[in-house]
Design a protein around this ligand. Structure first.
Ligand SMILES: [Ca+2]
Ligand SMILES: [Ca+2]
Ligand SMILES: [Ca+2]
Ligand SMILES: [Ca+2]
Length: 340
């Protein structure tokens, strides 16, 4: 079985990419017009980058809240772990749904969804210094600056903007690099099921990646993703959308370490991207019935890359979490913006 993204005719510098229909029926023949970025990526190599001073955070400060994390206009609630500065109030955010989003590379349809900001130049390569703190890597392709999250009557949507000088999905679709953009979903609102996207307190045999997606701290049962790997760690090397699952099997939720990850569904998502911005959607039905009207979830975003296109190391940036996002497929009577 090979489901892939099939490149078709190039029209006026845009490549129309058709995402193969999902195997189990559902959304079919959805096509996203996805712009060519390979040329832009190679033009934005290291030599012209404004490199900020390297920033190191001592190991003991890892568990401290980042007091200066930008919160934006969405109300926040208290953090659930010391590593977090805050959590965005998902119930406020989800009252703005459903929204009408089209995955087409135009972003005006996101205007009514408030942005969730992220620190500038906070990309880290913790695996270079595991146990001794954060090593910051100035990779603008990975440096999330703001994101948005919403749903309509049958799909989850994310909008992502990295640093202005960055290129999202650097080098796609014929990547000489590795790049993954993942939206972590704690679909049962339970930290004890799924994979802890950040937990520095776990024992050593469970540590692999548990300090990687700092500061996000949710029990991620699924992630919906776009990306491509750099072999041999991630084979085959191809551009794809997919769903990662941490659970007991067959969409049953359970506790897993990162090593319990399975990539279970290819090409259910639709993505459009250009320059430093991206929008992506995945249907509820791709999540084993756990995402539906009324479902309460915690949500966080991570972007990671091998950094080879920049002459840098593998690094990641993650966001603070959205707390208790509640899927609404009908407009709330008192939703902001609906009252006249
Ligand atoms: Ca759009
Ligand atoms: Ca950032
Ligand atoms: Ca969970
Ligand atoms: Ca961050």
């Amino acid at each position: 079985m090979v489901l892939g993204i099939l490149a078709s005719a190039s029209v006026g510098g845009w490549i129309a990419l058709r995402v193969s229909p999902p195997k189990q029926g559902g959304e079919s023949n959805r096509a996203a017009r996805v712009p060519r970025v390979a040329g832009e990526a190679s033009a934005a190599r290291t030599k012209d980058l404004p490199i900020p001073p390297q920033r190191r955070i001592a190991g003991e400060t890892l568990s401290q809240p980042q007091e200066n994390a930008p919160r934006g206009e969405v109300p926040t609630v208290a953090p659930k772990a010391k590593s977090e500065a805050f959590r965005w109030d998902g119930r406020y955010l989800s009252r703005l749904a459903p929204q009408q989003i089209k995955i087409d590379g135009n972003y005006e349809d996101w205007d009514k969804v408030p942005a969730l900001p992220d620190l500038a130049w906070d990309v880290d390569a913790r695996r270079l210094s595991r146990g001794s703190g954060v090593v910051n890597i100035p990779n603008p392709d990975v440096d999330i600056r703001q994101w948005k999250f919403t749903n309509d009557t049958g799909n989850l949507y994310v909008y992502v903007e990295v640093a202005p000088e960055g290129v999202v999905l650097t080098g796609a679709p014929d990547a000489a690099d590795g790049y993954f953009l993942m939206v972590h979903l704690d679909v049962d609102d339970n930290m004890d099921t799924g994979f802890r996207t950040f937990d520095g307190s776990l024992p050593a045999d469970q540590m692999e990646y548990t300090d990687w997606y700092y500061p996000s701290n949710i029990g991620s049962d699924y992630a919906f993703e776009v990306g491509y790997g750099n072999p041999p760690a991630h084979a085959p090397r191809r551009f794809r959308t997919f769903i990662t699952y941490w659970g007991a099997g067959e969409d049953k939720l359970g506790w897993q370490t990162y090593q319990g990850m399975e990539e279970i569904r290819d090409d259910w998502g639709v993505v459009a991207y250009k320059g430093n911005r991206l929008e992506m959607g995945f249907p509820f039905k791709a999540f084993g019935g756990h995402v539906r009207d009324g479902a309460v979830m915690d949500v966080a975003l991570s972007v990671e890359a091998a950094g080879e296109a920049r002459g840098l190391h593998w690094c990641q940036d993650s966001t603070e979490a959205i707390d208790d996002y509640t899927v609404h497929t009908e407009p709330a009577p008192s939703a902001p913006g609906t009252a006249e």
